[in-house]
Ligand binder design. Sequence first.
Ligand SMILES: *[C@@H]1O[C@H](CO)[C@@H](O)[C@H](O)[C@H]1NC(C)=O
Length: 409
Amino acid sequence: MGAGKVSFVIVQLFAFFTWHAIAQEYVRMGSNTNAAEAMQFLREYDREASGMCYRVTMSQWRFVTNITEYNRRRMLEELALNSKFERLSWRKAAAYDATRVSDVQSRRQLVKIVQGSRAALPEDKFNEIQQIITEMKEIYNAAKICPYGQKPYDSHLQRDSPFYPQSRQEPYDQTRSHSQDIYQPFGPGFPHETPENSNYCDMQLDPEISRILAHSRIESELVYVWKSFREQTGPKMKNRFMRYVQLANQAAVSTGYSDAGDQMRASYEDPSFRASLEEIYNQVAPLYKQLFTYVRRKLIQRYGERVVRPDGPIPAHLLGNMWAQNWKSIMDLVMPFPQAPNIDVTSEMLRQGFTPLRMFQMAEEFYTSMGMKPAPPEFWRGSMLARPAERSVQCTASAWDFCNRIDYR
Ligand SMILES: *[C@@H]1O[C@H](CO)[C@@H](O)[C@H](O)[C@H]1NC(C)=O
């Protein structure tokens, strides 16, 4: 091979990985400068991606509204097909030089396909990171803990302890009329709670653990379920997570970012993203600090200064939610003006015989009265508005877009 040919190869390599500033973000783009070809690719991609997204979303819908092993397998198959499609599309999109596309929308679409993806990884590593994500989700979803009140935790706590009766009188959310939704405190002395029972260590995040965090006011029980859930998830995920970070960073670097965080922030298309967030935080901080201090004071009144330090952070297990992200479940502890009228309309709605369907129809009337478009027929035909009695489903409220501009549920 002559020296001329070697330098030609080097020039080619550099041409393929040139760096271009697009929307103030650096992303590695290819060398194909044929804008018409790029536009043709985008038209095909739009059609194929919409079809792929419909299939994946439908398989996910079938699974969460009817949890069976068969539906789970079908969903995983569709997700695998989708990964293949994503990789293929990424390779096609990354071959174009988006700076040569004059149409702003198309240029942005091209960059979007390339910049958010991990498809820059070699195939084995791309499959590995997908597999790791699936495994981590399964560990999280399958985590089970034993009920509170057994060795080695608080075996001394008896039913007649002054703390026990309180949890039994805990008001539960009246809108959850389904019997299996009612929170029941676990502990020694209740039926079916001997370690011999096969269902004994069978408490899952949803519904049992979430319900305890929301409704129990026994600090030792709260800290027990919070820690036990972490013990059942964290150690099993640790090595997988570290490998995930490694692969995600590698994918980001191959796409033209400094690391995975840089890649994730790029999707906001704000070159001063950190500064913008800082500014918003500074606006909210004074209110947040007051709110935080107020809630901490109320929690000290309930649990005492040995549990909640008056000058420190609030322990996460006291806020009514596994991630301390939503504090609505401790409303009863922090509600100001207890003498103010109760605005909870649940009992009145029950008296009037409201059904889930009637609630959705009323919401529809409200939004259309403001001039918004009515929900499409697919919404009313396809949505699952109430928990079906005869099969296992995931009943958390969620909004679905089936990617075909018709079906929304
Ligand atoms: C639930 O899924 C199973 C397949 O596992 C299917 O046979 C059954 O008809 C589905 N039930 C409903 C109500 O869709």
